[in-house]
Write a protein that binds this ligand. Structure first.
Ligand SMILES: Nc1nc2c(ncn2[C@@H]2O[C@H](COP(=O)(O)OP(=O)(O)OP(=O)(O)O)[C@@H](O)[C@H]2O)c(=O)[nH]1
Ligand SMILES: [Mg+2]
Length: 575
């Protein structure tokens, strides 16, 4: 498991035109930077901890849109050895125990995965005339399937982490597969402290080099943070055209391959870059500024980029050298130009968004959770949307919002989001570390300044649980928790009702006399609020309801001077 993590912000996910001439996996065309101090910890939390068991719903307190928008896209804005001697095993009983007990399983699982894939691919290669069969279609682009070798590190302090390095390495294999790489083998090493030059020890470097030659490995992926210096030294040590990257670069590449919109790119930046900004929208802008600043910093320092292994359809493997660097510099300059424009457009958008959300306040509910938890499936079930939902990591990279019309006529907007980056693939309801996962979710949400937003915990895939009834019963005893199956639809009514109840927490109690000629206003109150009573009087309709705060302000002229007590006064009423 990664004990020390660095974030790498890739400039190019922001540029759609980039895709037109770059089509392969290219993790090293990145700007490396370390998120410092507390940001690093926060990012580690997001990236290292697992969220897959729960889908979180959180209401964007300020995220309200005009219901006039029908189709709303809301920018939310192997071989295993441990013989390098970095840690004497006997010194670390816990770690030793962990490895002793689990390494066989992990090792064989990983070997299984890689060997099967490799054997399959190898067989295919032979059948289909070697290298050409390694081109494959991915997300509409033809990519060259490189051979990847994975490296994990068991750190002494892993014992304090919630999740083990073995699980992390398994997930890395999944990520590599998602990125279109062919995992041929993997290894790990136990370390007390990383080697400052090469992260792993020299013996392990030599072992990997042997594997590289044996398998014809093109990419070595580390499950841990590597400094730019370590990356360079490892590349030198491995020699030839072998590229070295780490988990973050891999994840960013998946996002880059799959993200179709600027909003998705923004989400990537949001997840990976500084979390020091307090409002969601401001965060985007700062992110753009940071990305721009880093790219401008990177330009004169550009020395090497990994474009030499890229192949486009019918193309050839490019050569490395000065020429390539010039090309990369030009690309980066273009990107800086585009980013400046993007920044302007995001600023403009924010202004418009703020104006719009003041108009008619349909509440926005966001689905937040681990990748593969079933967020998109839930959105599809509730709204009839056709968002891609599949059994793979990061199926969704484009935030999508659809209107949910409840049986009682009420509405809210439901936003599907990018799954949290986590270390493990999971099976909901059956994971032994479920409680730790939930704790981790709580922690990260609070660090994201989301603790003040009303939340509802959803345990999805209840149909997969050994004993669904028992689980439902358990959920009933946990506050703000419901069990659903997004797949077969069970519990969805309860879900909607629970959302409505939660939304109430963000509303204020009003009594307003709505003149008869303002019929539209009345229907909006019914649509976005929770009407307790209506009375027809001589001067109009007297409505008693909970409505979103902003909407209450619109009703100010019609509010009754003699306001009766709300049945259950809410704190937000005092805002
Ligand atoms: N058995 C079962 N499978 C489910 C349920 N909900 C979703 N799935 C499956 O889980 C897989 C992932 O579902 P998605 O909806 O794509 O998950 P997601 O949370 O949107 O994932 P990302 O977009 O990667 O973050 C799909 O194969 C779904 O069919 C459920 O309630 N029960
Ligand atoms: Mg999804």
């Amino acid at each position: 498991m990664s004990a020390c993590f660095h974030s790498i912000v890739k400039p190019f996910p922001l540029f759609s035109q980039f895709d037109s001439y770059r089509c392969t996996w290219n993790p090293n065309l990145t700007t490396h930077f370390s998120i410092q101090n507390y940001n690093n910890n926060i990012t580690r939390d997001i990236c290292h901890r697992r969220f897959n068991q729960s889908i979180r719903i959180l209401e964007h307190g300020s995220g309200v849109l005009s219901p006039a928008d029908d189709d709303i896209e809301v920018p939310f804005a192997g071989g295993v050895s441990d013989t390098d001697g970095e840690v004497p095993d006997t010194d670390d009983g816990v770690l030793q125990g962990l490895v002793d007990v689990e390494e066989d399983d992990t090792e064989s699982a990983l070997k299984d995965l890689s060997t099967k894939r490799f054997a399959k691919k190898k067989g295919n290669d032979e059948e289909e005339d070697g290298e050409d069969s390694r081109f494959k279609l991915q997300n509409g682009r033809e990519v060259f399937e490189e051979k990847a070798y994975l490296v994990g590190v068991a750190r002494k302090d892993d014992t304090e982490e919630l999740f083990s390095f073995e699980e992390s390495l398994k997930e890395l294999a999944q990520l590599a597969d998602t990125a279109g790489l062919m995992v041929v083998d993997s290894t790990y090493q136990k370390l007390a402290t990383p080697n400052p030059r090469t992260y792993i020890g020299s013996g392990k470097v030599a072992e990997i080099k042997t594997a590289i030659n044996a398998y014809g490995v093109e990419t070595v992926i580390f499950d841990d943070e590597l400094s730019p210096g370590q990356l360079r030294n490892l590349e030198k040590a491995f020699g030839g055209n072998v590229r070295v990257c780490d988990r973050t670069a891999l994840i960013l590449d998946i996002f880059d391959q799959r993200a179709a919109t600027r909003e998705a790119a923004l989400q990537v930046y949001y997840l990976f870059s500084s979390l020091e900004i307090f409002s969601w929208t401001d965060r985007y802008i700062i992110t753009f500024q940071v990305a721009l600043a880093r790219m401008e910093y990177q330009l004169p320092r550009l020395t090497k980029m990994w474009t030499h292994l890229e192949r486009q359809s019918g193309g050839k493997v490019k050569g490395m050298g000065e020429k390539q660097i010039e090309v990369d510099k030009r690309i980066l300059r273009d990107q800086i130009g585009v980013l400046r424009k993007e920044l302007e457009s995001v600023r403009k958008h924010r202004k418009q968004y703020r104006t719009r959300r003041l108009a008619v306040p349909v509440p926005v509910v966001s689905l937040v959770g681990y990748t593969n938890a079933g967020k998109s499936t839930l959105l599809n079930q509730l709204t009839g949307a056709n968002v891609l939902a599949e059994d793979r990591l990061f199926a969704t990279l484009d935030p999508t919002t659809r209107r949910v019309q409840m049986k009682n006529g009420k509405e809210f907007l439901l936003t599907d989001t990018v799954g949290f980056i986590q270390k493990l693939p999971t099976t909901l309801c059956s994971h032994p570390l479920a409680e730790q996962q939930i704790d981790a979710v709580e922690k990260v949400l609070s660090e994201l300044d989301a603790s003040s937003i009303p939340k509802l915990m959803v345990w999805n895939k209840v149909d997969k649980a050994k004993n669904p009834e028992e689980l439902k019963l358990k959920a009933k005893n946990v506050e703000d928790t419901i069990c659903i199956s997004a797949l077969n639809g069970s519990g969805l009514d309860e879900f909607c009702n629970a959302v409505q109840e939660k939304l109430k927490d963000t509303m204020v109690w009003v009594e307003a006399l709505v003149p008869f000629h303002k019929g539209e206003l009345l229907s909006t109150i019914h649509q976005v609020g929770m009407v307790e009573r209506t009375e027809y009087t001589e001067n109009g309709t007297l409505v008693r309801a909970y409505v979103p705060l902003r909407f209450a302000r619109l009703l100010t002229p019609m509010r009754q001077t003699c306001v009766s007590q709300s049945p259950t006064p809410t704190s937000s009423e005092e805002e």
